[in-house]
Every structure is written in C-alpha cells, then in structure tokens.
Design a protein around this ligand. Structure first.
Ligand code: ATR
Length: 278
C-alpha cells in the first residue's frame, strides 16, 4: 500500500495480467483524483481474510475478479440490488462506518458499451444470450431493465439456462433454449460463454443471424477478432464488438461509486485497444 493515498485494488488469482490498475490510473489522472490502485493476488484458500485485512488497513474499495466474485458476495454487509440479482460482487466499497457494500457493475458496463459506445438500442429487441454461467447471470438484470421484446438464454446444459430464466422471469420475458432449437434470427446476440477462451464456438445454427441486420457482441476480447465474432461476420452480421469496452465501462462504474465522479471512458478504451493491438 502507498502511504497517504486512498487505497484501492483488484483481488484475483491469477491477477498478473489484470488491466484494472492501468484503467484506474488513467481514470485518476483524467479526473484529478489522488489515489492508489494495485493488483492484489489473493490466496485461493483465504480470500475472506485477505479482503478483511485490506480494509482493516484502510483500503477504501476494491474490484473482485475470477474466482472470488461469489465469495465477495458472501463477505459484504450490504448488497446493491443488481449484485443481489447477479449472485456475485465485482466491486467492494468501504463506508465511513466500516461496513462493506458489495456491488456488481459488470451488467451495467455491458449495457453502457452496447447502448452508449455502440449506440445500439435494446428496447423491443429480440436478444439471444449464449451461456448460463456467472458471466451471464451478472448481466441479466441490467439487460432486462432496457425492456427487450424477448431475451432467450441458450446454453449447452439446458437446465442451467432454465434455472436462470426462472430466476429472472419477474423482470421480463426470459426464455431458455438449447442451441439446436434456435431457428429464427435475432436482433442482437451476446456471447457470454467461456468458449472463446479456448478458441471454440457454441454450436449455433446459422439461422440466428440475419445478414446485414443481426448485431453481435462477445464478452471476451483479444487482439484478433474472437472465434464467435469471426463466425458471425462470415455469416454477414451487421456489426461485431468484443468485450474490451465492457471491461472499461464496468471499471468506470466502480470508479463512480468510489469517487463520485464519472471518468470519460473513450480515451481509456482507445489506449487499451492500441496496447492490445501493439
Ligand atoms: P463464467 O463465470 O465465465 O460464466 P462459468 O460459470 O464456468 O464461467 O460458465 C461458462 C459458460 O460457458 C457455461 O454456460 C458453459 O456451458 P455449460 O453450462 O454447458 O458448461 C459455457 N461453455 C464453456 N465452453 C463452452 C463451449 N465450448 N461451447 C459452448 N458453451 C461453452
């Protein structure tokens, strides 16, 4: 920790390649905030003690990444509604009375990237969400808040999609599906599976893409287009985006929660994109 500065960090394991310290350093410079932000390797078998110690020593806030988001959910004194729905916490904030608030900014980060950065509307759209793990659960409430006409969750293991659809059914029209059942085009397809990590693709019928119309978003990002985005553009998707903007926007939401000021994400995203390409 750096003495005299407000302390922030990101807890993860592994954490070496995290872009969060760079993103928050750029946000702090841009907004004139005096703070430190470090990548912190939390032990796999001792997350709660590690996090408590960070805050006991004066830490003001932290991001939480793989594999600790569910443990952070269990750790806090108070949850935001979106974190409660997500079942996971990616942002911790210590109040003046010492109590820990858990928030989840992943979903709102995705929605800002889609609606503000890309300028895509979600209202009245037919949206297909691929996957039913933590990444998808984390974004369902903010997506449904934009009132899509229909949101279909398709997953390799159907039962997991069904469980999620039931859990969020009170927030809007959510359905569960197998990949093979999908025979109609969607307006927007969001890949929230971890398949891209292995360069793999969910086995999707080509019929889900209407050439020149369907827009696609992969929550993963890489220097080259992801396997999902390559597949979608080969089928004539109108536009494809990756998840680098979501990463920057979830960080901007956390920064806003901690510092009360919203950084301008565009130059930070441009810097990250340039570094990724380099
Ligand atoms: P995360 O926290 O990143 O969401 P997760 O909870 O392990 O990680 O979920 C991974 C998701 O990617 C799951 O929906 C998984 O499908 P299953 O529920 O059937 O396991 C999906 N997934 C991973 N690899 C995949 C692949 N090669 N094809 C299709 N789906 C895949």
């Amino acid at each position: 920790m750096v003495a005299g500065l407000d302390q922030y960090g990101v807890f993860g394991n592994p954490i070496g390649h995290s872009k969060s310290p760079l993103i928050h350093r750029l946000f702090a410079e841009q907004t004139g905030q005096t703070m430190s932000y470090e990548a912190l390797l939390a032990p796999l078998d001792g997350f709660a003690d590690f996090a408590r110690d960070f805050f006991a020593r004066g830490g003001r806030g932290a991001n939480v990444t793989v594999p600790f988001k569910e443990q952070a959910f269990a750790l806090v004194n108070q949850l935001s509604e979106r974190a409660e729905r997500a079942g996971a916490v990616n942002t911790l904030c210590r109040h003046a009375d010492g109590k820990l608030l858990g928030d989840n900014t992943d979903g709102v980060g995705l929605v800002r990237d889609l609606t503000v950065n890309a300028g895509w509307s979600l209202a009245d759209q037919r949206i297909l969400l691929l996957g039913a793990g933590g990444a998808v659960r984390g974004v369902l409430q903010p997506l449904l808040a934009h009132k899509p006409r229909e949101l279909v969750i398709a997953n390799r293991t159907l039962s997991k999609a069904e469980t999620l659809a039931q859990h969020f059914a009170d927030l809007g029209p959510v359905l569960a599906s197998e990949f093979a059942w999908l025979q109609q085009p969607f307006d927007l397809i969001i890949n929230g599976t971890s398949a891209s990590l292995a360069g793999e693709l969910p086995p999707l019928p080509a019929a889900v893409i209407k050439p020149g119309h369907t827009r696609c978003y992969d929550m993963m990002y890489s220097a080259e287009p992801t396997a999902f985005n390559r597949w979608a553009s080969d089928l004539g998707a109108a536009a494809c985006m990756d998840g680098l903007g979501m990463l920057v926007e979830q960080a901007a939401e956390a920064f806003l929660l901690w510092r009360g000021v919203r950084p301008d994400s565009a130059p930070v995203l441009a810097e990250l994109r340039a570094q990724l390409a380099g």
